[in-house]
Write a protein that binds this ligand. Structure first.
Ligand code: GYE
Length: 317
């Protein structure tokens, strides 16, 4: 009798323990680590905020690592996420190459990696679950086609490149070059990196102006922050940005849309950074066992003097 009740008590105790552990596993908030590139531009700040706000809204245990512009910091962050046994890793890869070893470590640990913003070059496509971001080649093409029309296919261009080795710098450069190749009168006379930073854009533009002077007709900047830096350099040289020198750029941050309204930037192609909701939706769908799109691209628009004032008030970044 005694033995029987002891047995029953033991069984019910084990059952209670089991339910508790199942429940707590289900109750536990999702743990997600995000290895961000750094804080080089207004685009980047908007992207980080979109991710942080959405994670908070969903009650996600969110670990944010600022790579401070260095791939090795991002790699270290991924290793620490693996050690903390996160449920998923989100990576905005600063450059395209050199990720395979650390992604293999994540794969071995059974942790899915979602690439956002920038793509990578890898020999093994199974090292990441999916990609969410913009089509950088398309952005570069849109900028070049708009420019060719604006200047009737003639002019000398200086190019402010983004971070060397990054997907947006590589693709925006390639697309622009491909598109202007159709116009023999349009030439890139100089090209250098300003690292997607405002100070970088200003510094490189100062050097370009010193070297080429009035020969420069057009600036093609891989992002708005560098375009805004270049504007400072152009004004300091006593020239009128948007008139003496045509400026085309990418990102469409609010400040650049304002510069379009003010006539200082002639056109900016949107690159939308506000895709935090899409990232966490995708992770949730993956966890529910759904098949997700391998590569998903955000839709981007172009802004110039014809439509900038209509959108400025509703610009969120
Ligand atoms: O255009 C630039 C940022 O990868 C799309 O990085 C992103 C780029 C963006 O620093 O402003």
């Amino acid at each position: 009798m005694k033995l029987h009740s002891l047995f029953l008590r033991a069984v019910s105790c084990a059952f209670a323990l089991l339910t508790a552990s199942v429940l707590s596993a289900a109750d536990k908030p999702l743990k997600v680590g995000f290895a961000q590139t750094g804080a080089e531009s207004a685009w980047r700040t908007a992207n980080s905020n979109s991710m942080k706000n959405e994670a908070a809204k969903r009650g996600i245990d969110f670990k944010f690592a600022d790579g401070q512009g260095k791939q090795e910091n991002q790699i270290r962050a991924i290793r620490s996420f693996i050690a903390q046994r996160v449920d998923a890793i989100v990576l905005a890869p600063i450059v395209e190459t050199g990720w395979d070893p650390v992604l293999r470590e994540a794969k071995r640990a059974g942790i899915p990696v979602v690439l956002i913003d920038r793509t990578i070059q890898t020999a093994d496509e199974s090292l990441y679950a999916c990609f969410i971001g913009s089509d950088f080649y398309e952005e570069g093409r849109m900028a070049a086609d708009w420019l060719a029309k604006k200047v009737n296919g003639t002019g000398s261009i200086v190019e402010l490149q983004g971070t060397p080795g990054s997907a947006p710098a590589n693709e925006r450069r390639r697309a622009f070059g491909d598109a202007i190749a159709k116009y023999p009168g349009l030439k890139i006379i100089d090209s250098q990196s300003g690292d997607f930073r405002r100070a970088g854009g200003k510094e490189v533009m100062e050097a370009f102006l010193k070297k080429h002077g009035k020969a420069i007709n057009i600036v093609y900047a891989h992002n708005d922050d560098m375009a805004l830096g270049a504007i400072q350099a152009i004004e300091q040289a006593g020239l009128k940005p948007g008139q003496d020198i045509i400026i085309v750029s990418i990102d469409a941050i609010k400040e650049a849309i304002q510069a379009v309204i003010d006539g200082k930037i002639n056109c900016t192609v949107e690159c939308n950074p506000l895709f935090g909701p899409k990232v966490f939706d995708t992770i949730a769908r993956m966890r529910a066992g759904e098949k997700v799109e391998r590569k998903s691209f955000n839709k981007d628009e172009l802004f110039d003097s014809t439509n900038a004032s209509a959108v400025i008030a509703s610009r969120e970044y």
